[in-house]
Design a protein around this ligand. Structure first.
Ligand code: SF4
Length: 215
């Protein structure tokens, strides 16, 4: 029997756990994509475009997904052939193309999104407080990764110019979103918000400081 008297550091075992969760998520992605006749990268592109109010350049899509530009270009071309995305001139630069989702693309995305997925079900089985704590821990890990340039900046509240942490005395809704001019709580913290606009690095650092200090 394996003894626990010299375990690997907890950070290593948490990373091992996240790798197992990532495995389940990849399986979920394949199942959802195949059910809609797409590849996982194609579905991820639809997901990205579906959460934006404006079309995106291929370069942005590649950066968000963490794939090469040729890979993103191939996937966008496949989606365009299926009528799920449409290319147009990028605003301010007619030599570049911007990619937007079509109504058919939104239909495919809705069909994929309506399928049960094992990871969301597993997280949903946790008590509400544990879900909130897990969300906050993930926000911290994601922020650390993006500040270390390990992943592109994600569209989450912590990096958004509209985010003001701990502006309100109400413990249930202490934060403020200036985009919708409303207070919100930890459990409403967004990881991928379509209205996100990146704050400059100094503002991001100051905002994070307040968010952390006043928690
Ligand atoms: S716009 Fe979105 S990401 Fe920005 S603070 Fe509001 S909810 Fe958060």
């Amino acid at each position: 029997m394996e003894t626990p008297d010299d375990p690997t550091p907890i950070s290593h075992r948490v990373a091992e756990g996240l790798a197992r969760v990532a495995m389940a998520m990849r399986s979920d992605e394949w199942t959802r994509a195949e059910a809609t006749g797409l590849k996982p990268t194609q579905l991820a592109i639809l997901d990205f475009l579906g959460g934006r109010s404006l079309p995106a350049r291929v370069k942005e899509i590649a950066a968000h997904l963490g794939v090469s530009q040729p890979t993103a270009t191939d996937s966008v071309s496949a989606l365009e052939r299926k009528g799920l995305v449409r290319k147009s001139d990028a605003p301010g630069d007619r030599r570049a193309a911007a990619v937007g989702i079509t109504d058919e693309g939104r239909g495919a995305l809705a069909a994929a999104g309506s399928m049960a997925d094992a990871t969301t079900t597993a997280v949903g089985a946790l008590p509400a407080q544990e879900q909130q704590e897990l969300l906050m821990s993930l926000v911290k890990v994601i922020r650390h990764l993006q500040e270390a340039d390990a992943i592109p900046v994600q569209r989450m509240c912590a990096t958004c110019r509209y985010f003001s942490p701990h502006q309100h005395p109400d413990a249930a809704k202490p934060h403020h979103c200036h985009f919708v001019n409303a207070a919100f709580g930890q459990n409403e913290f967004r990881i991928d918000c379509r209205d996100h606009e990146i704050a400059d690095p100094a503002t991001r650092a100051a905002t994070w400081d307040v968010f952390q200090r006043d928690r």
